[in-house]
Design a protein around this ligand. Structure first.
Ligand code: GAP
Length: 490
């Protein structure tokens, strides 16, 4: 029977088999930063491709974008990040550790349900920390007053002191999409309803990082901003909720490990009409439901904010780019006809579209796919570790082995490998006992192993061994490409 997966098992398999390493490990490591090794890089690339295929390629109403990480600082003034993207934190007077107020518990177990708090509603609330326990040293009620801790990383652009400008590493990819809304409208044939999708790195100076690649300071997001006519937004919200939930299920996530969690009204940002998290039951503690992806109805807030940002550019120059001294200008009363509006040719009306935003984490989904695929079972008195990846996600699709390193078998195996490696990610291995080679591929999540043996020379067939069932079939050598295509395309 399958054993309950523990995060430690996943972390150790990831390191052992080259999926994920601690960043800068040879120098003692850099906290909360991770590197993807040879298998991990393929896995993550497959997660990205599966998202892109589903959200962009397979649809007629979504186009892609790839924006720069560094953007004009006014982007972050208009979006609200420069002033409000912060966590409410408190410092333990005993051990000096800074902790998010919403992560403090009365007891030792840490259960969290929020990504980032709504800083405005949080600040307004009185916080009684007298019974709260410091997660670092265990002291009770020893906290300083709550204060805001800014989450954006700052950097400097420009070589000379007089043209230097403070920039921010983007904390989300979404704003690049809003900033390019006009460009996309003017350069393509898209019409509302349509979406703009982007995958890329984001950075947040998180107060508490968590559990391997679950919450890190550098991470990758896959975000879609879907623009629709006000009044049709509820329908599109429900559409994207279902689409995104099914994406995880179709890639093999077990239904019992996935659920929706609607945000309570007091959790919602003031501009959001609705928000739901797709949650996954991660193996932290006894199984902890945590956000995998958020889907929000952001109304017309972002585009309207950027129109205000554009109107504030004179002040940007007057205040020499000091964001703390700049106040966004009030909205034009005719804002719905502004530069980021859309003219609906059929209805002959102009409006600012509403936005439905499914926002996923590539690293976090990769972790969920790893956890969900991980399995251990007893086979002939030995433990078999395996990753039951959906074939589309598996880093290697087929491994090719000569049974022994003689009698012409390596030559046939090499030829087959050369023949199919351009079509599918393959791996050639001739070292050690074939049983051990199977086990190594099980751990890598390779769905098919193809062995060239003594019979191959006689009847031109090979053994194809399937990872999950360990079932072996004999297939004609010249049918292998078709066989793999059928299995992997389905
Ligand atoms: N544009 C909306 C937005 O960024 P979010 O809930 O802050 O929303 C969306 O982030 C997703 O990005 C999360 O559901 C999660 O999968 C991923 N994510 C956010 N912060 C992360 C972090 N520090 N480490 C890893 N993934 C993160």
């Amino acid at each position: 029977m399958a054993k309950l997966t523990r995060l430690d098992d996943i972390v150790s398999l990831c390191k052992r088999r080259g999926f994920i390493f601690q960043s800068s490990e040879i120098y003692g490591g850099l906290a909360s930063c991770y590197d993807y090794g040879p298998l991990g890089a393929e896995l993550k690339r497959n997660v990205r491709s599966a998202w892109w295929k589903n959200v962009v390629q397979m649809r007629d109403d979504v186009v892609g974008l790839d924006c720069s990480i560094l953007m004009h600082p006014m982007v972050w003034k208009a979006s609200g990040h420069a002033d409000k993207f912060a966590d409410l934190v408190t410092v333990c007077k005993k051990c000096n550790t800074r902790t998010r107020v919403d992560h403090l518990q009365d007891g030792p177990a840490a259960v969290e349900h929020t990504e980032h708090i709504n800083i405005e509603t949080e600040k307004a609330q009185p916080h009684d920390l007298t019974k709260k326990v410091c997660p670092a040293c265990g002291a009770v009620g020893q906290f300083g007053p709550p204060m805001a801790f800014k989450l954006m990383f700052e950097t400097q652009m420009g070589a000379n002191a007089d043209d230097q400008m403070t920039l921010y590493l983007r904390p989300e990819t979404a704003q690049g999409i809003f900033a390019n809304f006009r460009n996309v409208l003017d350069s393509t044939r898209v019409k509302v309803p349509f979406g703009i999708a982007q995958i890329g790195k984001s950075f947040r100076n998180e107060v508490t990082t968590k559990a391997f690649i679950f919450r890190t300071r550098e991470f990758e997001q896959a975000e879609l901003e879907f623009f629709c006519k006000p009044g049709t937004d509820d329908e599109w919200y429900n559409h994207w909720k279902q689409q995104r939930f099914n994406w995880y299920l179709n890639l093999g996530i077990k239904k019992e490990n996935l659920r929706f969690r609607d945000h309570d009204p007091d959790e919602l940002a003031h501009y959001a009409k609705a928000c739901v998290d797709v949650e996954y039951k991660f193996p932290f503690g006894q199984g902890d439901w945590q956000e995998l992806e958020g889907i929000a109805n952001r109304t017309d807030y972002d585009l309207r904010q950027h129109q205000r940002g554009m109107r504030t550019m004179t002040e940007w120059f007057e205040k020499k780019g000091d964001l703390t001294k700049i106040t966004l200008r009030e909205e034009d009363p005719d804002y719905h006809k502004g530069p980021l509006s859309f003219f609906d040719e059929e209805a002959k009306e102009r409006y600012i579209p509403y936005v439905i935003e499914p926002s996923a984490g590539v690293d976090r989904s990769t972790l969920a796919f790893l956890v969900d695929a991980y399995d251990e079972e007893e086979v002939n008195g030995e433990t078999r570790n395996l990753l039951r990846f959906h074939p589309h996600l598996a880093p290697i699709k087929a491994a090719i082995f000569p049974l022994v390193k003689k009698d012409g078998m390596p030559e046939i195996a090499r030829k087959l490998y050369d023949d199919i490696k351009g079509k599918f990610a393959c791996f050639y291995d001739e070292k050690g006992a074939v049983g051990r080679r199977y086990r190594r591929q099980d751990e890598a999540g390779t769905p098919f192993c193809i062995t060239i043996d003594g019979q191959t020379k006689e009847d031109n067939t090979v053994t194809v061994r399937e990872r999950d069932s360990m079932k072996q079939d004999r297939i004609s050598l010249d049918q292998i490409k078709n066989y793999l295509r059928e299995q992997l395309d389905s």
